[in-house]
Design a protein around this ligand. Sequence first.
Ligand SMILES: NC(=O)c1ccc[n+]([C@@H]2O[C@H](COP(=O)([O-])OP(=O)(O)OC[C@H]3O[C@@H](n4cnc5c(N)ncnc54)[C@H](O)[C@@H]3O)[C@@H](O)[C@H]2O)c1
Length: 317
Amino acid sequence: MKVLITGGTGYIGATAVEIMRSLGYEITILDDCSTGHADTVPTGLSFIQGSLLNPTDVAQALAGVEAVVHFAGKSLVGESVEKPDLYHHVNVDGTRILLDQMHQVGVKKIVFSSSAATYGEPTQIPIKESAATAPTNPYGATKLAIDHMLSAESAVRGLAATSLRYFNVAGALHCDRGWLTERHNPETHLIPNVLRSSAENPLKIFGGDWPTPDGTCIRDYVHVIDLIDAHVKALESLASPHHEIYNLGSGDGYSVRQVVAAASTALGYAVPTLDSPRRAGDPAVLIADISKARDGLNWIPTRGIEAMVADTVASFK
Ligand SMILES: NC(=O)c1ccc[n+]([C@@H]2O[C@H](COP(=O)([O-])OP(=O)(O)OC[C@H]3O[C@@H](n4cnc5c(N)ncnc54)[C@H](O)[C@@H]3O)[C@@H](O)[C@H]2O)c1
């Protein structure tokens, strides 16, 4: 099957490219490299360095394609608060252009990177897909708007669509070209930042008085390899015009201090930390209910926090 991977030079997209090509998919990448890295593209792979916002680039990228795996977009919560229009333009308008171009050439299948940020402050843990959606930042609002767009598109234009709502993605993939890992700038994800912590610039722990066993926030992490496995399963199960939403996490929560402890073990020294005040808007606990993905996609994540930390450590060397 020939698949367009948008955002295929980013952290998750480049990992998808590698895993999916090893499974025999024919791949085209569309990426403007605004936060991705062209050096991740395997030699000989079809790569269009262009934007979702440019219909000509998108039409070129869709040539001969049967399905789209759509990772491209802006994904920093803090930046989205400062630049909500940019986030709406790239994520929502960009996806609108992609869907219109897909419709024009008859591409009827899409798997989309949605986010746990669509839920906002949870009222129940673990979070089910049926939970209320009330995003607390513009980034989450753009992901929710796209989920709604996909529902409408499946009803009106016969699209087969799956939204995968990721919790926190971590870990790295080793391939024959070396490690594919997170290279975000700025980096906002906990595990890479724990690994970069130093005595001069210690990792800030935002709040030690949350209602959790060790007082720090609890989050659900999923290994990027397990995450891509779910994408492949979602892609292969797309058939009739329908939009389905699945949470992707591990179904387990780890506190900030547990992640720091796992990193300290992997690194062989105590990661320096600095106790800091709570950040406004941080929920105490976010854990996914992943039973729908387990039952509907036959997906079971197999890598725990130790593997996520160890792989990230190895990939940073
Ligand atoms: N990393 C996580 O924990 C996480 C959690 C939830 C959802 N997501 C979503 O997963 C997707 C991938 O995340 P990531 O961590 O790999 O981010 P990333 O920034 O590494 O990758 C995004 C890619 O999209 C490309 N891109 C941005 N704007 C584009 C445009 N207009 N046209 C073409 N390409 C464009 C970037 O250059 C980059 O390669 C994003 O949609 C993100 O919102 C990520």
